[in-house]
Design a protein around this ligand. Structure first.
Ligand code: CIR
Length: 257
C-alpha cells in the first residue's frame, strides 16, 4: 500500500476561534500554527507524496482540518456533511480539490438529514470503521455504508462514548497494528488487531498517521514514540501544540490517498 497524494489547507487567522472542548489550553497562536503547519507539510513530503496546499479560508475557523469534509478511498471520494454547524460549509470548498484527483462518477455525497465527518472514519484495507458521534449520525452512517458497498468496500459502526471523533482515540498503523487509547482499549471491534495501548497521560498521541512505512507522531509524547518505534517503524515527530488546543491532531490536518 502506498499513498501518493495529500491535500491540506493552511490555517486561517480565525483558527484562534476554532471549536474546542478544552478552552483551558488557551487559544491557538496563529503564527505558530502556520509554522507547525509548514513543518507538517514538509514531513508529509518526506514520506514520498505530493501535497496540494489549499489557501486559508477565513470564513471557517476549523477549515485547516480537511480530513472532516471529505473521505478519500482507492475507489471513490465522498464529500461529507459535517455535523458541526460552523463547519458545514467546508464541504463545498473541498470539492474542487477532490475533482483534481477523482472522476465525477467516483465522487459521492453524504446528504441531509445524514451528517458525517471524516474524523469519524478509519480505513483498514477495504474495510472502514465509522464512529457514531455528536457529528456523525445514524443516517450518515447508513449513506456511507451504501456508498462504500457500491464501490466494493465494507463498513461497520463503532459507537463512541467520550471522544470527539473516532480517530481521536484509535488509529491504524497498517501491518495489523492499532493504536488504542481510552474507550478503544476494550472495544470488541478492535480485539483482532495487535493493540498498542496508550497511557491516559499521552492519549492525544493516539492520533498518529502511517505514511508509507513511516509513522508521524505528535511531538512531546515519549511513551507513544517509543511504542511506535518498538513496532519497527521509522518515525518522525511534528509539533501540533496549537492544533491540539482546538481538538485537532495529525490525521485531521490532511487527506491522504
Ligand atoms: C472541530 O471541533 O471540528 C475542530 N476544532 C477539530 C477537528 C478535528 N478533526 C478531526 O479529528 N478529524
Amino acid at each position: 500500500k502506498k499513498f501518493n497524494h495529500c491535500i491540506v489547507r493552511k490555517p486561517c487567522k480565525a483558527v484562534c476561534d476554532g471549536i474546542t472542548s478544552a478552552p483551558e489550553l488557551g487559544k491557538p497562536d496563529y503564527e505558530l500554527a502556520l509554522k507547525q503547519h509548514a513543518t507538517y507539510i514538509e514531513a508529509l513530503k518526506k514520506c514520498g507524496v505530493d501535497v496540494l496546499v489549499l489557501e486559508a479560508d477565513e470564513r471557517y475557523p476549523d477549515s485547516c482540518f480537511v480530513e472532516d469534509p471529505a473521505i478519500v478511498t482507492k475507489n471513490c471520494a465522498i464529500i461529507t456533511n459535517p455535523g458541526a454547524a460552523s463547519r458545514n460549509g467546508e464541504k463545498a470548498e473541498i470539492v474542487d480539490a477532490i475533482k483534481k484527483f477523482y472522476k465525477d462518477e467516483d465522487i459521492e455525497h453524504i446528504v441531509a438529514p445524514g451528517t458525517l465527518e471524516g474524523g469519524d472514519v478509519m480505513m483498514v484495507g477495504d474495510h472502514f470503521y465509522v464512529g457514531r458521534s455528536a457529528r456523525t449520525n445514524e443516517e450518515g452512517i447508513k449513506q456511507l455504508t451504501a456508498i462504500l458497498e457500491k464501490h466494493g468496500m465494507t463498513c461497520s459502526e463503532v459507537p463512541l462514548e467520550k471522544v470527539l471523533h473516532l480517530k481521536t482515540g484509535v488509529n491504524y498503523l497498517e501491518n495489523n497494528n492499532m493504536l488504542v487509547a481510552g474507550e478503544f482499549v476494550t472495544k470488541p471491534d478492535f480485539a483482532k488487531y495487535n493493540k498498542v495501548e496508550i497511557p491516559e497521560s499521552e492519549s492525544y498521541a493516539a492520533n498518529c498517521i502511517w505514511m508509507n512505512g513511516t509513522v508521524i507522531v505528535p511531538e512531546g509524547y515519549p511513551a507513544v514514540l517509543a511504542a511506535v518505534k518498538g513496532l519497527g517503524y521509522d518515525t518522525m515527530t511534528v509539533d501540533t501544540s496549537e492544533f491540539r488546543k482546538i481538538d485537532g491532531g495529525l490525521s485531521c490536518l490532511s487527506l491522504r490517498f
